[in-house]
Structure formats: structure tokens, C-alpha cells
Design a protein. Structure first.
Lengths: 181, 193
């Protein structure tokens, strides 16, 4: 690299995940919003081939994903780490029936966290998935997003596995409390 | 309770000439009722996932927009997933009906009174959530009047069926979830991987 080269822009990781989901023929996307997911949520809303569903609580998305699969469609659930605890009993549906499941989870409470109320569930997020038999990937670098989303989708839908991709808080960036709207 | 239909007879009547109907049943007695009305590959019986029946119905209804979908569940099961009524009403799937068999009790666990027996009005909750079609079914005539709505693709519909707490014998469908899932998907033409 010469000094005159422009700096390479940060990879657009939400777009990379969206493109991997499109390539995997995901047709339903449900979510409890998190700021870190806002771009991916917008991309899905703008896509007429993806049915988006806003949830009142995250376990609804586990059940919705199972129903979608029963009907022949692939679904994905977006949430923040605090929502994982809400899902625990509903996740038993996945192992009882060997349903595929794919979730992307924005982490809170693990890196430069400002809000102590996010820490307890953030620390327990990976374990909460694992005690229920969900395989956990951690996405730490934006340049890995597309490949990891594609691998997770393959493992979920082609091998009937429950998969969660935890997106590191360090990668998303700390929430800016002073930001104006 | 004023309204007291027999639960088996009510479910039997709802599922008569079921045609293209896809059915998800809530854990416990609702699954037994749906099974007793006639086992069918287009039945997905829950034995757990309490509070999830309506949302499984939503995911299925969105995936199969040309097929009518009925969720048949108990008051206790639906009360655990009240938020899903708001989620469904926001999404407005035309092919989905949520039917709550309301005995005002948690029957499966020893007949403790439920919130619907303690004053919660499920029709008002569904209306408030935004369901455009809400029915109260308290007798055979109302049951007959509601049945075409299961097939009209003009929902989402919500119906509360007032059923008696009278004991009925258990009728146990298969419990193997992988079998039930695979059977259901094969019915829709999806091959086993
Ligand atoms: C998460 C969870 N909590 C509690 C139970 C225990 N349980 C099983 S069935 C049931 C009540 C079902 O009541 P209802 O849906 O009204 O059905 P009924 O038997 O009265 O028709 C409960 C509380 C459970 N299976 N799962």
C-alpha cells in the first residue's frame, strides 16, 4: 500500500449478512429491534420477497421460525443479547422437533458497556443458548460477516441445526448516548 | 360459566370437512381434542412450547398464504402468549384463525382457575390487539356460523369458544416431534432431506 491509497472503507457487515440470507433463500425475518440491527431490519423491510414481523418478545420468533419451516420457508430471528433469556423454554421446540433455527444477536454488556443492567444477561447469553442445545458462533470482525452468515445458514437449514451468531459489541461500536436524532 | 359446549364436540364440528385446513394445536387438552376429531398429516400437535401455538400458526400462515391455517389452543396456553395476538394483528395474515377453547381453567394441571375465569375478557384483548374479526362461540349455532370463516381467507380471525370443564378422557396423538414435523412437511410436498 502506498501512502496515496485511500483508506479501505469499513466493510458493510449488515449488507453482507443480508446478501448471505438472500443467497440462502430466507423468506421471513422477525425481530425485537436493537440499534445494532437497524440497517439489516431496514434492508429486509425494503425487500418485497422477505416477510418481516415485529415481535413483542423474542420467544415469539422461535415459534414463528418453527412455523415457517413447517410451511416450507426459512426464517431468521434478530434480537439483542437481553432477549436470549426470554427464549429459553421455547428453544426446546427446536430440539424436540429438530427444527432448523438461525438467529443473529447483537451483544450488549460485554465491551465498553455504559448500562450495568445489560451486563448480567450479556454474560449469560452464550451459555443460555448452549444449555438449550443451540450452537453459537461469534462474529468479531466485519469482514467475516458474509462468510459466517452463509456458513451458519447452511448448517441451520441444510443440517437441521439451531444456530446463533453473536455479533460482538466491540464490532458494532458503543452506543452513543449524546447522539442527536 | 354460562357458555359450556362440550370441547370434543366443538372441535369435531370445527374440523368437519376440513379440506385444505392446516391445524396447529396447543399443548394438553387441545391437542387431544384435535387428535380425537381425526388424526391428519396436516395436524401439528404441540406437547410443549407453551405460549407458542399462535406464533407457529403465524409463521406457517405466512409461508402458505393460499392454505387456511387454524390454531386451536387453550385459554391458559394463549394467556402465556398474549403478546402474540398483537404481533398477529399487526401482520394481518388473511389465512389465519386463532381459536381459544376457553374453560376458564388450567385443565391439564389440575383445574386451577385461569385469568379468563378471573375476569380477563379474551375477545376484548384480541380486539384491543387489533384483530379485525373477533367471535364469541357459546352454542352450536354460533359454532356453525363461525365454521366458514376457517376457510374464507378473510382473517385474521379470533374466536373464543366457551367450553365446559367436564372431564373427557385423554386421546393421545404421537409425541415424536420429528415425526410430526416431517409428516406435516411431506403433506405439503416437501421431501425429507
Ligand atoms: C412453560 C410452561 N409452564 C407451565 C406448564 C404446565 N402446563 C401444562 S398445560 C398447562 C395449562 C394449560 O391450560 P389450557 O391451555 O387452558 O388448557 P386446558 O387443559 O385447560 O384445556 C400448564 C400450565 C408448561 N407445560 N409449560
Amino acid at each position: 500500500m502506498t501512502v496515496s491509497d485511500p483508506p479501505s472503507p469499513a466493510p458493510d457487515w449488515p449488507l453482507a449478512i443480508y446478501q448471505a440470507l438472500k443467497a440462502a433463500d430466507v423468506r421471513q425475518l422477525c425481530y425485537v429491534p436493537d440499534a445494532g440491527h437497524s440497517r439489516l431490519i431496514r434492508l429486509a423491510h425494503d425487500d418485497p420477497a422477505i416477510a418481516t414481523t415485529v415481535l413483542t418478545t423474542e420467544e415469539e420468533g422461535v415459534a414463528l421460525s418453527a412455523g415457517a419451516w413447517l410451511g416450507g420457508q426459512r426464517a431468521v430471528l434478530l434480537m439483542q443479547s437481553s432477549g436470549v433469556g426470554n427464549c429459553v423454554n421455547m428453544l426446546s421446540l427446536l430440539s424436540s422437533c429438530r427444527f432448523p433455527f438461525l438467529s443473529f444477536v447483537t451483544m450488549r454488556g460485554e465491551w465498553a458497556e455504559f448500562n450495568p443492567w445489560q451486563v448480567a444477561m450479556g454474560k449469560a447469553t452464550q451459555a443460555a443458548f448452549e444449555i438449550m442445545g443451540v450452537t453459537v458462533f461469534r462474529l468479531e470482525r466485519p469482514e467475516d460477516a458474509g462468510e459466517m452468515a452463509a456458513a451458519a445458514a447452511r448448517l441451520a437449514y441444510d443440517s437441521d441445526q439451531p444456530i446463533a451468531v453473536l455479533i460482538a459489541q466491540r464490532m458494532i461500536g458503543a452506543k452513543k448516548w449524546t447522539e442527536s436524532r | 360459566m354460562d357458555a359450556a359446549l362440550d370441547r370434543r364436540a366443538a372441535v369435531n364440528a370445527l374440523l368437519r370437512d376440513r379440506g385444505e385446513l392446516l391445524v396447529v394445536s396447543g399443548l394438553g387438552s387441545s391437542s387431544y381434542d384435535v387428535f380425537a376429531a381425526g388424526d391428519h398429516p396436516a395436524n401439528f400437535y404441540l406437547w410443549g412450547a407453551m405460549g407458542g401455538a399462535a406464533m407457529i400458526g403465524l409463521g406457517l400462515a405466512l409461508a402458505q398464504p393460499s392454505r387456511p391455517v387454524a390454531v386451536i389452543t387453550g385459554d391458559g396456553e394463549q394467556l402465556m402468549g398474549l403478546g402474540s395476538l398483537a404481533t398477529i394483528a399487526a401482520k394481518k395474515p388473511k389465512n389465519l384463525a386463532i381459536i381459544v377453547l376457553d374453560n376458564a381453567h388450567f385443565g391439564e394441571t389440575g383445574m386451577q382457575q385461569s385469568h379468563s375465569g378471573l375476569g380477563a375478557n379474551l375477545e376484548l384483548i384480541a380486539t384491543g390487539a387489533g384483530f379485525p374479526s373477533v367471535s364469541t362461540i357459546a352454542d352450536q349455532a354460533a359454532l356453525d356460523a363461525f365454521r366458514p370463516k376457517l376457510h374464507d381467507l378473510a382473517g385474521p380471525h379470533f374466536a373464543r369458544v366457551g367450553i365446559s370443564t367436564e372431564h373427557v378422557d385423554r386421546a393421545l396423538p404421537a409425541r415424536d416431534g420429528v415425526y410430526l414435523k416431517t409428516r406435516f412437511r411431506r403433506h405439503l410436498g416437501y421431501p425429507v432431506s
